[in-house]
Design a protein around this ligand. Structure first.
Ligand SMILES: *[C@@H]1O[C@H](CO)[C@@H](O)[C@H](O)[C@H]1NC(C)=O
Length: 143
C-alpha cells in the first residue's frame, strides 16, 4: 500500500513537471515546420505551372517564369497523414507527383524539401545523405 501511494505521488510530480515545462511538451507534441519549394530551372525560358493540393487545402495554380520559385510551409499533422499532391506542367510535358508525403518524406526531408524542375525531369533533393536524389520524368505530351 505504501509503495502504491509513493508511486502515485511520483506520477503526480512527473505530470506537474511535464505540464510546467513548455520545452518538454513542445518537443513531444509539436511537429517541426516543413518548407517545400519548387524552382523552375527549365531550359529555353519556359514557364512552369504548378498546382498543389492537400486533403484540406488547394494552394491554387501558380505560373513560374524561368528561375522563379514557389514555396509553402506547413506543420505536418500529428496523425502522420499530411500529403500534398501536385500537378506540374510545362510546354513539353506534365508530372503528377506527391511533392510531400509525411510517410515517405519525414526522414528524407524533415524540414526542407527542395524540388527543381529541369528539362530531364523534376529533381528532388534529400536533406539526409542516406536518401538518394529523386528524378521524376516528364510525361511527354502526345503530338
Ligand atoms: C509565361 O507566363 C507569362 C505570365 O503568365 C506570360 O506572359 C508569358 O507569355 C509566358 N511565356 C511563355 C514562353 O509561355
Amino acid at each position: 500500500m505504501f509503495l502504491l501511494v509513493k508511486h502515485v505521488f511520483i506520477l503526480a510530480l512527473v505530470i506537474a513537471f511535464w505540464e510546467a515545462s513548455p520545452v518538454v511538451t513542445g518537443i513531444s507534441i509539436g511537429m517541426s515546420e516543413v518548407s517545400v519549394s519548387v524552382t523552375n530551372s527549365l531550359q529555353g525560358n519556359l514557364n512552369l505551372t504548378i498546382h498543389c493540393k492537400s486533403k484540406d487545402d488547394d494552394l491554387g495554380i501558380h505560373v513560374l517564369p524561368f528561375n522563379g520559385r514557389y514555396q509553402w510551409q506547413f506543420k505536418p499533422n500529428i496523425f502522420g497523414t499530411t500529403l500534398f499532391s501536385c500537378d506540374l506542367s510545362m510546354r513539353d510535358g506534365s508530372i503528377g507527383y506527391d511533392l510531400y508525403s509525411y510517410e515517405k518524406d519525414r526522414l528524407r526531408c524533415p524540414t526542407e524539401c527542395i524540388w527543381i524542375a529541369k528539362t530531364e525531369g523534376l529533381v528532388g533533393l534529400s536533406q539526409d545523405a542516406a536518401f538518394s536524389t529523386i528524378l521524376v520524368k516528364w510525361q511527354r505530351r502526345a503530338n
